[in-house]
Design a binder for this molecule. Structure first.
Ligand code: DHK
Length: 179
């Protein structure tokens, strides 16, 4: 099983060194063919493949990263993949992604989805366009999984379509960013 941490799918050169001003109306992407999308996975998702496979499936995190990176190549975008178990690490990661000029984020915040005001604030503060993904259909599970601190500020939410949801989120986010 892979250790938690950053797993960069492609080598990238940071394109910006300052945090984006959320009030700045300038489009992020003067060159829409040059998008970079970050895939961010939260706690316990490093255990994919062995973790409750009847809920989360047999796909490992590495498989997921490979699949979404390949989907990015087909779309002509760079994909960078990260996974952290810590809430603070995820908050700092969101800051770093904004600072380095990532164009959008696909995030499965795992359990922090249901608990983390800090993560919500980080996404709101950076104004990064993001799609929230859940592998399982959280609405068929325990009531505490029905609330998300992220959904109302997300571009969209994909729930219950397995790891394929990440690729679908990528397609939709890229389409929106290029519009
Ligand atoms: C993943 C988790 O780790 C849970 O804490 C969420 C989500 C659901 C998923 O379905 O991907 O409740």
């Amino acid at each position: 099983m892979p250790p938690p941490g950053d797993l960069t799918c492609r080598n990238l050169t940071p394109r910006a060194t300052t945090l984006r001003d959320p009030a700045d109306p300038t489009p992020r992407n003067p060159m829409p063919q040059d998008l970079t999308i970050a895939v961010v996975n939260g706690p316990n998702l490093n255990l994919l493949g062995t973790r409750e496979p009847h809920i989360y499936g047999a796909t490992t995190l590495q498989d997921l990263h490979n699949d979404v990176t390949e989907a990015g190549q087909e779309l002509g975008v760079d994909v960078v993949c990260h996974q952290h178990n810590g809430e603070g690490e995820l908050v700092s990661l969101i800051h770093d992604l904004a600072r380095t000029g990532v164009d959008g984020v696909i995030i499965n915040a795992g359990a922090y989805t249901h608990t983390s005001v800090a993560l919500r604030d980080a996404l709101a503060a950076t104004a990064l366009p993001f799609v929230e993904v859940h592998i399982s259909n959280v609405y068929r599970r325990e009531p505490f999984r029905h609330h998300s601190y992220l959904s109302d500020i997300a571009r969209g939410v994909i729930v219950g379509l397995g790891t394929r949801g990440y690729e679908l989120a990528l397609i939709a986010l890229v389409e929106q960013l290029r519009a």
